[in-house]
Design a protein around this ligand. Structure first.
Ligand code: CMX
Length: 136
């Protein structure tokens, strides 16, 4: 992996949290969108060399809703930017890493995404995020 694209942060409400990130910390809001496949509403903030992704659950049964229920708000995942997600997934599987999908899913901003199970990543949920086919 060569670069971190963004850090995902689980929040109960983007509307209640945004003032802290924009006015108190001085970050710039880039975009807000809903990602139906992941049952979240997300806000991307420019944090210089990486982005922060605020994740608000849509409904009560998605992965972020479950995370907040169990652990509360806070850092949820770290996303690596990749350009060849299927090859990366294959290579990681060969190395014994448990992936949470067989195929990439549609993520925010038109990216293809896949997740590595925290159980095989020493307690961290990692995402692979591939924007190279965006717009195809
Ligand atoms: N970071 C680290 N550990 C986590 C975690 C996270 N974000 N979420 C869950 N875990 C841990 C749990 O605490 C649990 O550990 P223990 O067994 O020690 O308690 C273990 O992983 C398994 O958790 P679980 O409750 O049995 O399983 P869940 O049903 O909560 O599923 C996971 C966990 C990671 C498989 C699920 O959240 C998932 O599939 N995530 C990938 C998709 C995703 O997170 N989408 C939201 C982001 C979307 C976006 O960025 O756009």
């Amino acid at each position: 992996m060569q670069q971190v694209d963004h850090v995902g942060i689980a929040v109960k409400s983007i509307d209640d949290t945004l003032g802290y990130y924009v006015h108190t910390l001085g970050l710039t809001l880039l975009a807000i969108e809903e990602v139906e496949s992941q049952k979240v509403r997300v806000a991307f903030l420019d944090a210089g060399n990486i982005k922060l992704e605020l994740l608000e659950p849509l409904g009560g049964d998605g992965p972020v809703a479950k995370f907040i229920e169990k652990r509360g708000e806070g850092v949820h995942h770290i996303a690596f930017g990749v350009t060849d997600i299927r090859t990366r997934m294959h290579d990681l599987r060969e190395k014994g890493v448990q992936l949470l999908q067989d195929e990439p899913k549609n993520g925010a901003g038109g990216a293809e995404v896949a997740f590595l199970h925290p159980k095989s990543s020493f307690g961290v949920l990692y995402e692979l995020c591939d924007k190279s086919r965006k717009g195809e």
